[in-house]
Write a protein of this length. Structure first.
Length: 267
């Protein structure tokens, strides 16, 4: 998964953990999602500093915030464009944190800047979560539960693994089948990136399975990724299954993030 996505996902889980009264440990700057991040701050709509780092922002939510809700919103109206551009800064879906309050909310969206490509610790990124709305009153979308999304992901992975097999794409087939295994494993985050997020957010076993599967199945990136693949004679099947997988992975990421927000869900 692209780092900006997993950072926003981690922020939702960490914030909800603190708001639910749990100690989340050394989240900033020690979490794996900040491995390449030198600074991460939060700025109000007018450009003033709201918090110098994630923990200060989370601590500032206490007393007025009911929880943090994760949104994954389509950016490009043209079908397939979010999938094709997800690896580029400013491309792919928009990932937004909603600081939910009584009556209204604030919305926060991250923006990344390259600071120093030659940083000796490889911490080249500066991230700013910008408040893009401070009196948001629209109702949150209904979210399907983890179990329902996991079953749709299972069906889609089965179909796209079959496509990869038919096309002789053995590495991608193995990746899709590994994601299927994650949906049933007792320890699905063993050997995966960002496993620490699950402990910080206190994910359930089923949520951990979905998180492991999402990471294994996220094949959308730059050169050499699934986005560059062509399957001769099966272009329509490739396009349809690729977009279906991408959309269910976006929904799964939202479901994972919002599993830590204590509201009723569907499914």
């Amino acid at each position: 998964m692209q780092l900006s996505i997993v950072q926003t996902l981690a922020m939702a889980g960490a914030a909800n953990g603190v708001l639910n009264g749990r100690a989340i440990g050394p989240f900033w700057p020690n979490s794996s999602v900040f491995q390449f991040t030198k600074q991460c701050d939060f700025k109000k709509k007018d450009g003033t500093l709201a918090a110098p780092d994630p923990m200060r922002w989370i601590e500032g939510l206490a007393g007025h915030c009911k929880g943090v809700w994760l949104h994954g919103i389509q950016r490009n109206p043209e079908p397939g464009k979010d999938r094709e551009l997800v690896n580029f800064v400013g491309g792919g879906p928009r990932w937004i944190l909603e600081d939910v309050r009584d009556g209204s909310s604030s919305l926060w969206e991250s923006r990344d800047t390259v600071l120093d490509r030659n940083d000796p610790q490889r911490k080249i990124w500066g991230t700013t979560f910008v408040e893009i709305a401070d009196d948001w009153r629209r109702p949150r979308p209904q979210s399907r539960g983890v179990a329902a999304v996991a079953e749709d992901l299972r069906a889609t992975l089965t179909d796209i693994a079959s496509l990869a097999q038919d096309g002789g794409l053995t590495e991608f087939e193995a990746q899709f089948r590994q994601a299927l295994v994650k949906l049933d494993e007792a320890y699905p985050l063993r050997g995966t990136y960002h496993a620490d997020i699950a402990d910080i957010a206190d994910y359930t076993r089923e949520t951990r399975k979905l998180f492991g599967a999402v990471q294994s199945a996220w094949v959308f990136g730059g050169m050499g990724s699934w986005n560059d693949i062509k399957v001769a004679g099966q272009e329509a099947r490739y396009d349809g299954l690729s977009e279906k997988l991408f959309q269910i992975l976006v929904e799964a990421t939202v479901a994972i993030g919002n599993s830590t927000f204590q509201v009723p869900t569907l499914g």
